[in-house]
Design a protein around this ligand. Sequence first.
Ligand code: SAM
Ligand code: SF4
Length: 331
Amino acid sequence: MDMIDPFGRRITYLRVSVTDRCDFRCTYCMAEDMTFLPKRDLLSLEELDRLCTVFIQKGVKKLRLTGGEPLVRKNVMHLVRELSRHLKSGALEELTLTTNGSQLARFASELADYGVKRINVSLDTLDPGKFHQITRWGHLDKVMAGIDAAQAAGLKVKLNAVALKGFNDEEIPEMLRWAHGRGMDLTLIETMPMGEIDADRTDQYLPLSLMRARLERQFTLRDIPYKTGGPARYVEVAETGGRLGFITPMTHNFCESCNRVRLTCTGTLYMCLGQEDAADLRAPLRASEGDELVSKAIDEAIGRKPKGHDFVIDRRTNRPSVARHMSVTGG
Ligand code: SAM
Ligand code: SF4
C-alpha cells in the first residue's frame, strides 16, 4: 500500500543516514568535539536493509544513503550490494548517495558495479587551504581523487556547495565554470539552523536570492523545469551550458511538494528535516520477525507528517530551529 500523508503528498523518497560519524568536521555542520552515538545503539546493516526493504514495498522508488559520512560506516558496501537487488527487480528506481568524497577513490567502481548511477559530492571550495579550514579535518586532494575515480567509473557526479557569506561567495563563479567544464551540475544550498555549532550562523547565512542576483551580472541564467526529485530549482547557464541548482529552505518554502522521509542509523524516522517529531522504528522492527508491526508504525508516522518546517536565522533567533545536527538525518 502506498504511503500518502495528510496533505496528499505521496512518499516515494527515503533518505537513510547510515552513520552519524564523519571523518570531517565541517564548521556549519558539526562542533569540533562532537559526541556520537554509542555503537550499540546502531541498527545492524541487516536491520537497515530490512527496514529499507519495507519502505520499498510501501512505495519508495528512490533511496539515498547519507550520514554523517556514509562511506565511513564499516562494510557499508555490503548494504549497497544487498539493496541493489531491488534495482534489479525494478522495485527501486534509483539507489544513490551523498558523500564528502574522502573515501570515493576506494569505493567508486564498486558503487557503479552495484547499480549506483549518480552521486552527490559536497564541496564548498576549490582552494586547499580554505577546504581544510571549513572541513577542519579534510584534504582537498583526496576529494579531487575521489571525484576523478567516480567519473572514471561512469558515475554522474553532482556537486553540492553550502553558500557561506564571506567564505565562498566570491568563488562560486569559478566553481561553476570548473564543475560545468567537467560535466558536473552544481547546486548551492542555504545554511540551515540545525544543531549547536561553534560558529554564529547569522554570520554565515547568505540568501541565495542575493547570490543569484550577483551571478546574473556575469552569467545568463534561464529557469528550466529540470527536476531530480529533490527541492532544488534549476537554471541553465548559457555561458557554460551546464545546470545550476538552488536549494533555498530559508528564502523559499518548498514543502508543498515534499515527497520524502528520513531514517537515522538508530531506526528513528523523521517526517520533516525541520521538525522534532519522530517515530521509533527500531522497537517494532526488533519486536517481531515479521514486518507487520514496523509497517504499521510507518503508516502511523506518515499519518502525522507535518506540513513544513519553520526555519529562521536572524539576530533575535540565534539558536538552532532543531537541536539535532544535520549529520543525524543527513540533510
Ligand atoms: N557527509 C556527507 C556530505 O557531506 O555530503 C553526507 C551528509 S551531509 C550532513 C549532507 C549535506 O548537508 C552536505 O552537502 C552538507 O554540506 C549539508 N549540510 C550540513 N550541515 C548543513 C547546514 N547546517 N545547512 C545546510 N546544509 C548543511
Ligand atoms: Fe561530515 Fe558531511 Fe557534516 Fe561535513 S557536512 S561534517 S562531511 S556529515
